[in-house]
Design a binder for this molecule. Sequence first.
Ligand SMILES: NC(=O)c1ccc[n+]([C@@H]2O[C@H](COP(=O)([O-])OP(=O)(O)OC[C@H]3O[C@@H](n4cnc5c(N)ncnc54)[C@H](OP(=O)(O)O)[C@@H]3O)[C@@H](O)[C@H]2O)c1
Length: 279
Amino acid sequence: MNILTGKARKAGVLGWPVAHSRSPRLHGFWLARHGIDGAYLPLPVRPEHFVDAVRALSRLGFAGANVTIPHKEAAFALCDAVDAVGQRAGSVNTLFFRDDGRIEGTSTDGWGFLESIREQAPGWQAGDGPAVILGAGGAVRSVAAALLDAGCPRLVLANRTVARAEALARDLGGPVEVTDAPRLEDASLLVNGTSLGMAGEPPLEIDLAPLPASAVVADMVYVPLETALLAQARGRGLRAVDGLGMLLHQARPGFHQWFGVAPTVDAELRQFVAADLLA
Ligand SMILES: NC(=O)c1ccc[n+]([C@@H]2O[C@H](COP(=O)([O-])OP(=O)(O)OC[C@H]3O[C@@H](n4cnc5c(N)ncnc54)[C@H](OP(=O)(O)O)[C@@H]3O)[C@@H](O)[C@H]2O)c1
């Protein structure tokens, strides 16, 4: 049990609603593991109160906060400074409150996604070949920017709403193609960045047969943990990367800065958070 002192460091996650967020459980695990004098709280905040709430947290001495749906673009707009990754994504999920009152933001979803692939498909490199991404929403923005920054030679975007994919391609610049019929034959990575395949949503219907045997298939969906897409990939002998890894790794940079300890992702943490997903 963590007993707080008057010097406890404080962070949390702002969302509306926020009850579904696994971040308090995840950060709470790390706080307990490292015996840190600190707290990480769920912070339900309506959109119309978001800016006031963030400024209040900063004045209350919070070290920072995560931001989830629907606040990521509003968080981007209120930051005094956003790093290059956040600029490319056009949204931020992690805020740092500086002592001088400045608020800085970054987007760690893309970084967490790459770390998750490095963990679950060791040896894969962004420069190995083209990446095909299904979807063009907020999470894909951060992942696409991270893939290009990591040296991916070509991104292929396919999204139900083509105009959204085209807007993302324009914002990203670089070697990005938008299509409604992505070629899988030379892809080194296939990413599901849509909500298809998530519990309660329609399935993602795709035939993975054309993918090369060396390709990695990654799903951002993490409920269920083993999606039909990942099962099909494993059935074909392809390396499959689940969405839980991204969820766990994206949290590391915030925790490190807020609480002063670089946390790790391991089997014990995965089981702890996965148990909650199954519940
Ligand atoms: N693992 C993690 O840490 C993590 C983090 C963030 C998000 N995610 C997951 O990533 C996915 C996207 O999240 P997001 O925040 O980017 O959401 P978002 O901004 O709402 O984007 C949703 C995406 O799914 C597409 N989509 C939704 N319903 C569809 C349908 N019936 N047919 C085809 N496409 C459909 C949307 O297409 P349109 O543009 O046509 O609407 C859009 O591309 C979700 O599954 C979410 O759980 C995972």
